[in-house]
Design a protein around this ligand. Structure first.
Ligand SMILES: NC(=O)c1ccc[n+]([C@@H]2O[C@H](COP(=O)([O-])OP(=O)(O)OC[C@H]3O[C@@H](n4cnc5c(N)ncnc54)[C@H](O)[C@@H]3O)[C@@H](O)[C@H]2O)c1
Length: 223
């Protein structure tokens, strides 16, 4: 995480997950080395951009050979701070919350949902996969006791602002908000909103352009 604070450009950070996906695929295929040119071709980027991005991890390639894939994966994961899974609490154990809590893949991205909280008494005391669901009233005590820094919000939009304020009051410093609501919070709180509808809007615009016979842009999809 230290490296992120040192000012790696946000577009580079956004491209890193695409590099990781591709590099892990290469590793599964038994490849050991990869060149910046190959990565660039696969991801629709310019080789100079790929070299610049990789230089942010501190890894150096060998001329004409490229990069050792396993070292590069390790370096990107470390640069993103993903080698040290960060505990998070989830608020809202409904359809979306349940899917998020059950998804084990987040751990390889450094996120570990350790507990879920809900106002629905029938859900409290149950588990979403391995994640226990607790009543909302126990949120504050849990966060204090377990030193959790991240909150994932998956409650109805109308509840989201109140829940976000409660999370901040409990000491949460970063919120991953899935509710369709722009949260108003103190500036020192990191908020990231994720909306599948936005991704779909991009997809739908691209489809329209394709149908109109325009060229699709070569940009890498961002998440
Ligand atoms: N970002 C996306 O792409 C995306 C996709 C799907 C859903 N959503 C949003 O995610 C949210 C949840 O959607 P869902 O389909 O899982 O809904 P859901 O109704 O299945 O689940 C909501 C859960 O939140 C709980 N809840 C309500 N108020 C609460 C509160 N004050 N404190 C704690 N828990 C509370 C409910 O008891 C319920 O278990 C909605 O805001 C929805 O719009 C976003």
């Amino acid at each position: 995480m230290e490296d992120l604070k040192r000012g790696i450009p946000i577009p580079t950070i956004k491209r890193f997950p695409s590099y990781l996906r591709l590099l892990r695929q290469y590793l599964e295929e038994g490849k050991e080395m990869v060149s910046a040119t190959t990565l660039a071709e696969e991801l629709g980027l310019k080789p100079i951009q790929v070299r610049k991005d990789i230089s942010c991890t501190g890894i150096e390639g060998k001329p004409k050979v490229g990069f050792i894939i396993s070292y590069l994966i390790e370096a990107i994961v470390h640069t993103l701070g993903w080698d040290n899974a960060t505990d998070a609490v989830l608020i809202g154990a409904g359809h979306l919350g349940s899917a998020l809590a059950r998804y084990e893949g987040f751990e390889s991205y450094g996120l570990k949902i350790v507990a879920a909280f809900d106002i629905d008494k029938d859900k409290c005391g149950t588990k979403l996969g391995e994640v226990p669901v607790f009543p909302l009233e126990s949120l504050k005590g849990y966060i204090k006791e377990n030193h959790v820094n991240i909150g994932v919000v998956a409650v109805p939009a109308i509840q989201a602002q109140g829940i976000a304020e409660l999370l901040v009051e409990c000491g949460i410093v970063a919120i991953w908000n899935f509710a369709p609501k722009d949260l108003k919070l103190p500036e020192n709180v990191v908020v990231q909103r994720t909306d599948l509808a936005t991704s779909f809007a991009v997809l739908s615009a691209k489809v329209k352009r394709k149908i109109a016979n325009d060229e699709l842009s070569g940009e890498v999809d961002e998440w």
